[in-house]
Design a protein around this ligand. Structure first.
Ligand code: FE2
Ligand code: FE2
Length: 234
C-alpha cells in the first residue's frame, strides 16, 4: 500500500461505553482474589489495549508526511495488529467471565498522553512506547503470577503472551527513537531525558524489570536517571 496523505483525527472513534472518567476517580485494582477484582483488572487492561491500537495507528497517520522511511509505517502497522490481538484475547476472557468491554468505567489517561505529544514525534515515542509500554513490562509478570496464584491460569496465560509481544513494542519504539535522534545528530539519551521531563507528568517508578527492558535493547542510562529516588543497582 502507498502511505498516502491521511488526516489523523484529534480523537479516535469510540463506542458509547465505557464511560470515561478521570484517572483519579478509578478504583485501585488490588483485590485479585475476588472474581470482581479480576474482572476489573481484565477490563482495565482491555481498555489499555484498545487505546494501544489507536496509538499505533495514530503514529502511522499523524506522521505520514514527516518523510520517514517505509519501515517506520510497516513496524507500527505490525504493532497495531498485535494490540488488536491483545484486545481480543482480553475481551474474550471477559466474555467467559460474563462481562463485556464497556460494562465498567475506564479512564482517559492514555489518550491524554497522545494529545500532549501530537506535535512532536520524539516526545510521542519517548512517552508512549518507552515510558508507558516499558512500565507494562515492569508490572505484568507480577500480575500474571498473582492471577495464577488465585487459580486463574487462563488470564495469566493471556498476560504472559501480551508481555512477550510488548518487549517487541518497546524495542520498536527504541529503534525509531534512536534512528530519529541520530538522523538529527543528537544523543538519544539526552533527548530522551529532555522529552520525558517536558512531556510526562511525574517520575519513573522503580522497581524496573531490567531483564525485560534489556531484552528490548533498552539501556539503563535512559530510564534510571529519571527514576524516583535512587535505586541500588545490583
Ligand atoms: Fe498490547
Ligand atoms: Fe504494545
Amino acid at each position: 500500500m502507498a502511505i498516502g496523505h491521511p488526516i489523523s483525527s484529534a480523537r479516535p472513534a469510540r463506542p458509547d461505553r465505557p464511560p470515561l472518567r478521570p484517572p483519579k476517580e478509578m478504583a485501585k485494582r488490588r483485590a485479585f482474589g475476588s472474581p470482581a477484582g479480576r474482572i476489573a483488572l481484565l477490563h482495565a487492561l482491555a481498555h489499555i489495549e484498545l487505546n494501544a491500537i489507536d496509538l499505533a495507528w495514530d503514529l502511522v497517520a499523524r506522521f505520514a508526511g514527516a518523510g520517514l522511511p517505509r519501515g517506520f509505517f510497516d513496524d507500527w502497522v505490525g504493532v497495531a495488529g498485535e494490540e488488536a490481538c491483545h484486545f481480543q484475547l482480553l475481551a474474550g476472557r471477559l466474555a467467559e467471565l460474563g462481562v463485556g468491554y464497556g460494562d465498567l468505567p475506564a479512564h482517559d489517561g492514555l489518550w491524554e498522553a497522545a494529545a500532549a505529544t501530537a506535535d512532536d514525534l520524539l516526545a510521542r515515542l519517548a512517552v508512549v512506547p518507552l515510558v508507558l509500554e516499558a512500565r507494562g513490562l515492569d508490572v505484568t509478570p507480577e500480575m500474571a503470577e498473582r492471577l495464577e496464584r488465585v487459580g486463574d491460569a487462563e488470564s495469566a496465560a493471556i498476560l504472559r503472551r501480551i508481555y512477550r509481544d510488548e518487549i517487541g513494542h518497546v524495542a520498536t519504539g527504541l529503534r525509531w527513537f534512536r534512528w530519529l535522534c541520530l538522523e538529527r545528530g543528537a544523543t538519544p539519551q539526552t533527548v530522551f531525558h529532555d522529552r520525558v521531563r517536558r512531556f510526562f507528568k511525574g517520575e519513573l517508578k522503580p522497581p524496573f524489570n531490567h531483564q525485560a527492558r534489556a531484552a528490548a535493547g533498552f539501556p539503563r542510562d535512559y530510564y534510571e536517571p529519571l527514576a524516583t529516588g535512587t535505586e541500588a543497582s545490583p
